[in-house]
Design a protein around this ligand. Sequence first.
Ligand code: PMV
Length: 369
Amino acid sequence: MTEQDFIPKYSPEILSNGSVTWESPSNIALVKYWGKKENQIPANPSISFTLSGCKTTTTLSYTKKMSEGYSFEVWLEGVEKESFKPKIETFFKRIEAYVPFIKEYHFKIETSNTFPHSSGIASSASGMSALALCLMSVEKELSDVNVIQSVSEESFDDDYFNKKASFLARLGSGSACRSIEGDLVGWGWHKDIEESSDLYGVKYPFEVHDNFKNYQDTILLVDKGEKQVSSTVGHGLMHNHPFAEHRFEQAHENLSSLINVFKEGDLNAFIEIVESEALTLHAMMMTSMPYFILMKPNTLEIINKTWRYRNDTGSKLCFTLDAGANVHLLYPESESKEVVEFIKNELVAHCQNGQYICDQIGFGAKKIA
Ligand code: PMV
């Protein structure tokens, strides 16, 4: 599919008002997206586990209006958030060609997260995907009353709905496009995944070994402060980065290798790829110009203790990082009891206020009746 497939045509009848609610999860990348081209096109393919418990619930209420331009208000956990508006305004500008009805309504966006606000867990993936899904539900309602003509009712199926929701979410925040479905989602063109696309995330199409069933992700909250360098700036620094080209190639290779790892259930190879990806992401940050470090001393303490634990016990526990100091610990469900014990005994001391969140692989967003 191309961008053109996501542009609808309109006839004048329009719904006057209504409201939709979606809950959408966060995701954690195994092969990382770091570096992008124009229009939120990723410089390399990535793949992620969709999470289950860490999610955003968004209700979008819409009322037909007469005035020109965008009109919306944003509420987080019952409090109006003026500070969220510029990001949503930018999002609306990027998606207007694909959802032209956004100019015709006033929107009230009410959102809440299951994870604590400013926990250092990025809410952009779950938040932008939830909003994109709400907009798709409005588009579907419009199409149900035969307003949108370019997409016939038959082709407005779940596949189109999910692809376009992912396409829109990507324009809000790149990694958000991987939060629509589960349990493994790839984004970015890759030679071994025929259906892969730079424009939207696709559900991983190949066999996945039972070793990965209900895979656990415990997120250790190391630093809840505002990041010193935003993802947007970080992605930008991959332009003219001395190691960029090699890094992008490496992501393609790691994704190729993971296909066999998922099939065979090879947890040692999984650990090697996932930890190397996490450290490579941070190595890119440390070697850009200007350079920066998002890990904290406690991030390194946790990594070292994780390695020691694995050495001592033969566990398959491993870590990954996103663009921050928090650590995601990934492990098979069969090890849950021992690993949680290890976290409580050894790692909680390195978490801010002793906070951590136990999550696991999930199956994507859900519409709330
Ligand atoms: O979606 P963004 O623009 O916030 O970028 C996220 C990038 C990483 O989380 C570091 C990696 C990834 O693939 O999710």
